[in-house]
Design a protein around this ligand. Structure first.
Ligand SMILES: [Zn+2]
Length: 1005
């Protein structure tokens, strides 16, 4: 359903000044509801009597209501279909569904009583009812509904789990009618809500043991808080004793009073949420006479007790001081079922007692609650503003790191203490920079459900949204910004806000036109890039210095830029250029000699490239695992030792370095020494975006001298995926490669054939110069996934190449994953075209697995002797016929099919002992078949079958993950049957059925 925007209204809008009280209007609604919960059937039945006053200048002929629970009725709803586009199944199973049925709907009139049951329409999560007669401006109407709600299993933001019920977006709720017409948009997968301000009188009826928290104040009945109130003066064991007595008393009382009936009253709110569970504990705090009610599940007492009321108090104090006094008579912080936190007027549902989370969600009672914006249309006004104020609070309280460093350090282990950290502001901006320069940037102002993916919605609403407010504060100054916060509250508290209304406040208070700023940062996807230009300094006759600093604007985006000058006596001066022109100048006159000039010293303007700001440094750090460290002013080089073994060099020792600045100018370097051969090898790779083709195109240049081989490669990578997190990724690579075997000692591999270890040549002498193209795409459905790869390589007599051949190959993988029984299929075909004498050993196909060129990518498979031949190491690829590890004949043509069934299965006895080390296990049964043509044009049909086991482990975040990595896979396959076993040394055939094994650190395909 689309929103109507009558032409007259547009004219009206243009004429209306954007002041509340001066042409502004909002509708009024008063709900009186009685609801009764039956946990045995997860059903809520209720009646709602609604009073609605049309304060608009328009006559209405219909009304609309949101029936949000219907978004979870089945997997055919608008929400479910949108979720399916992201391959998310909205309802994991049919029993999880929930909905709301309207059993009766009637208009009430004061003189005639109730009219008969009226007609209404329900479409997905929107109810539409034609009014019995047009509702003129200033007129009122009453109507009554009876409804039954099947509560869903907890999903999205509401539902039940075990004995707890979170009621959010649950009742028939008036759609907003504002200056743009009805906002009758159904429930979408991405985005939040919009509500009409009004009054709620709610009577809730639950089983007696259930404790209730809700929007509003208790006007009748007992929510049960006092019967589970924590005595914070008691120690743990005394409290446990007291608590079990309290529970006993509660159960006793429930025998005579089976139900709890409690009424809540709330005014000036646009939503009503409630939560109930028999396992809640209660604690009470307050801020300046306003009670703070905390309800959490009893097992969470250690974490929630005392700190939650205190953090709630601090949040109210902060928000009341910075914006305006909290206008409601209570705050409830409750222990919700959802993963993060969710806001409702006067009540938040949080997964944890985290201070940042409390600030965020309680902040939302302002930014969505008190300032009632349309969260679907302008999510930045609620998520951006509250994320901003949370960071502002955390930085004010804990300093520039933006979090409680002392407490975090106390809890951290060795690795976590050593890993360098960025400030929360740097992380936030780093993430925004990554997204904004990824080639997938979308503007902040977009309907939530129109973003390409959840990441686009999240990063725009929260990350870029919060930085918008920080930059606004920078542009107009801190003092003016604080005045804006207060004036915004004065004008717009308890009203509907939008971008224009907020901007008007900013412009009125600051006296500045901010049109360019709002347009650039909210509506465009512009990026900003300034750099220092020429700097000249001169000492005049009176001994004063004159310093002229040139600043260049290198991108379309504009921002005022600070230039900071540090003098020889340590003194600092800052001067600002408006940044509008392509080139600008800042002039300083000083008594002391200038020492250092820095552009945008506090990283305020979202400059995408701070190289050329006078701040850049190179930082060398150990390459710790799970490190997300990309500070704005450092080219970070991560170092780690590396080593392996081969028969020619013996043990190899060396160092790897990875350098990056904001995922650009990626540099990889390596150097290794072989004591036995006295060879020093090295490796270099540089990767960067190819600017003029857009951010999704990168180029990579690499050169290496590693283990007897010289290699050089130039590569162009293109990404055509629909969004950054799209599950259907599509990539192409085009490149030129030069490879020369210089010392043939290295070009061998060891094979375990007939229980003997034999070295066979696996790399041809001479030079192969080739051009190649690879294409991969990963289509998928809800239950199946796939990966299609295709590549072609042409080797010719260019760049000194000795061989001429054309090679084409491709694979299709298709699988239906399932922990119980997953089916995995793979088809592969490859062939050389042209003279077979020219085929090089490193490029020839293998029936067993990957080519030698592919083996070369891995240090532990690279050269002769690097991995024990007896391990029968299987690097997946080629024909992937696992039983043929002992038949390494190079092939010119191969067709193969692989079938595998996998089941997650913990091994009974051994598994228990091995699990802490090896992780989870998957057992499999496989069958491989292929048709292989070797370089002598002999063709064989081959097949094998067997069983396997794969262990996979996530390595915890401890010191040893520095050596083990963050996860590992160990696969053992037993191809006990092969169709064509080898001929043994005594010319007999080996048995078809025999104990065989292969080892790998990867899945088979
Ligand atoms: Zn939020």
């Amino acid at each position: 359903m689309e929103k109507r925007l009558p032409f007259l209204l547009i004219v009206l809008l243009l004429a209306v000044p954007l002041y509340a009280g001066d042409g502004y209007w909002q509708q009024f609604v008063h709900y009186k509801m009685e609801v009764k919960l039956d946990p045995s059937t997860h059903t809520l039945t209720g009646t709602s009597s609604v009073f609605y006053r049309n304060n608009s200048p328009n006559t209405l002929d219909k009304i609309y209501m949101y029936l949000y629970p219907n978004g979870f009725r089945n997997n055919e709803t608008i929400l479910a279909k949108e979720a399916a586009k992201f391959f998310v199944k909205s309802l994991p199973r049919d029993e999880a569904a929930g909905w709301i049925d309207i059993n009766q709907f009637r208009w009430l009139s004061e003189n005639a009583g109730a009219t008969p049951v009226s007609a209404f329409k329900v479409d997905d999560s929107i109810l539409e009812a034609a009014l019995p007669k047009p509702l003129k401006p200033g007129e009122e109407i009453r109507f009554e509904l009876a409804f039954t709600m099947k509560v869903r299993e907890f999903q999205s933001r509401a539902g039940y789990r075990s004995t707890q019920y979170d009621f959010a977006q649950w009742y028939p709720k008036m759609c907003v009618y504002d200056e743009e017409g009805w906002y009758n948009v159904p429930l979408h997968y991405l985005g939040e809500f919009y509500g009409e301000f009004g009054t709620f009188d709610m009577t809730i009826d639950v089983p007696f043991e259930y404790i209730v928290g809700a929007t509003g104040v208790v006007t009748d009945g007992d929510p049960g808080w006092s019967s589970v109130e924590v005595d914070t003066s008691l120690n743990d064991s005394d409290w446990q004793k007291k608590y079990s007595e309290m529970k006993k008393a509660l159960a006793e009382q429930a025998k005579s009073t089976p139900r709890r009936r409690v009424s809540f009253h709330a005014e000036d709110v646009h939503d009503f949420a409630w939560i109930t569970s028999p396992d809640f504990l209660y604690e009470k705090g307050s801020y300046d006479g306003i009670p703070i009610h905390v309800l959490y599940r009893d097992h969470a007492k250690q974490k929630w007790s005392k700190v939650t009321t205190e953090r709630g108090r601090r949040a109210l104090e902060w928000l009341s001081t910075k914006f305006g006094r909290y206008p409601y008579p209570q705050l409830s912080i409750t222990h919700g079922l959802l993963g993060g936190g969710m806001e409702y007027p006067m009540l938040v549902m949080n997964a944890s007692e985290s201070e940042g989370l409390i600030l965020h969600e309680v902040g939302h009672i302002y930014f969505f609650g008190i300032f009632g914006n349309n969260e679907q249309k302008e999510a930045w006004l609620d998520e951006g503003f509250t994320s901003f104020q949370t960071r502002w609070y955390m930085e004010t309280r804990y300093g520039k790191m933006g979090y409680d460093v002392a407490t975090a350090t106390k809890k951290a282990n060795w690795l976590q203490r050593h890993r360098p950290e960025m400030t929360s502001n740097e992380s936030n901006r780093g993430f925004a920079q990554f997204y904004m320069n990824s080639g997938f940037n979308e503007p902040i102002t977009r309907y939530a459900y129109k973003y390409a993916d959840g990441l686009g919605y999240g990063v725009n609403a929260y990350t870029k949204g919060s930085i918008f407010f920080e930059m606004l504060r920078y542009v107009i100054g801190e003092e003016t910004f604080e005045k804006i916060c207060k004036e915004y509250f004065n004008r717009w508290a308890l009203k509907h806000v939008n971008e224009d209304r907020f901007r008007q406040v900013c412009e009125d208070v600051s006296g500045t036109d901010l049109g360019w700023f709002f347009k650039q940062w909210l509506h465009d996807t512009t990026t900003v890039d300034y750099s220092l230009g020429k700097i000249s300094k001169q000492m005049s006759a009176n001994g004063h210095w004159q310093i002229i600093v040139e600043v260049n604007r290198n991108d379309r985006g504009v921002m005022p830029v600070d230039v900071e000058l540090t003098l020889s006596n340590g003194e600092k001066q800052v001067s600002r250029w408006d940044g509008m022109a392509e080139k600008g100048e800042v002039v300083f006159t000083t008594r002391h000699e200038p020492r250092r000039i820095v552009l945008d010293p506090r990283d305020q303007i979202m400059d995408k490239n701070r190289i050329g700001h006078g701040t850049m440094r190179v930082e060398f750090i150990p390459d710790y695992p799970r490190m997300d460290y990309e500070p704005p002013d450092a080219y970070v080089v991560k170092l780690r030792p590396s080593g392996w073994y081969n028969d020619v060099d013996g043990a190899r020792f060396g160092l790897r370095a990875r350098g990056t600045y904001r995922d650009t100018r990626n540099l990889r370097l390596g150097a290794w020494f072989g004591p036995r051969s006295s060879e020093l090898d090295g490796y270099f790779q540089f990767n960067n975006r190819l600017g003029f083709l857009g951010a999704r195109t990168t180029y990579t240049l690499s050169a290496s001298k590693v283990e007897g081989r010289f290699m050089g490669e130039a590569l162009l990578s293109l990404n055509w995926s629909r969004s950054l997190t799209s599950q259907v990724q599509s990539n192409m690579q085009i490149g030129v490669n030069y490879a020369k075997l210089d010392e043939s000692d290295y070009g061998f591999r060891k094979f375990d054939i007939d229980d003997e270890t034999i070295s066979l040549k696996e790399w041809s002498d001479g030079t192969v110069s080739s051009a190649f193209i690879n294409y991969s795409v990963t289509p998928r459905g809800m239950s199946w996934r796939s990966a299609i790869n295709w590549s072609a390589r042409y080797a010719g007599e260019f760049l000194g190449g000795d061989s001429t051949f054309t090679k084409v190959d491709g694979s299709v993988r298709l699988w239906w994953p399932s922990p119980k029984l997953g089916l995995y299929l793979r088809g592969y075909a490859g062939s050389f075209i042209g003279d077979e004498k020219q085929i090089t050993l490193q490029d020839a196909f293998s029936a067993f697995g990957a080519t030698s060129r592919e083996h070369f990518q891995s240090s532990y498979l690279r050269s002769v002797g690097s991995f024990p031949a007896a391990a029968h190491y299987h690097l997946p690829g080629g024909g992937n016929l696992r039983g043929y590890f002992d038949q390494p004949a190079p092939l010119r043509k191969i067709f193969a099919a692989n079938v595998e069934l996998r089941r997650n299965q913990q091994l009974p006895l051994l598994g228990k002992l091995l699990r802490p080390v090896l992780g989870n296990s998957t057992i499999s049964a496989f069958f491989d078949a292929g048709r292989a043509t070797d370089l002598t044009e002999t063709t064989n049909n081959l097949a094998d079958a067997g069983v396997g086991i794969t262990f996979q482990k996530q390595v915890p975040d401890r010191w040893y993950s520095f050596f083990l990595g963050t996860n590992y896979t160990i696969r053992l396959d037993f191809p006990i049957w092969v169709s064509d076993p080898i001929v043994k040394s005594d010319s007999k055939l080996e048995d078809e059925v025999k104990f065989r094994y292969v080892l790998s650190f990867q899945n088979s395909f």
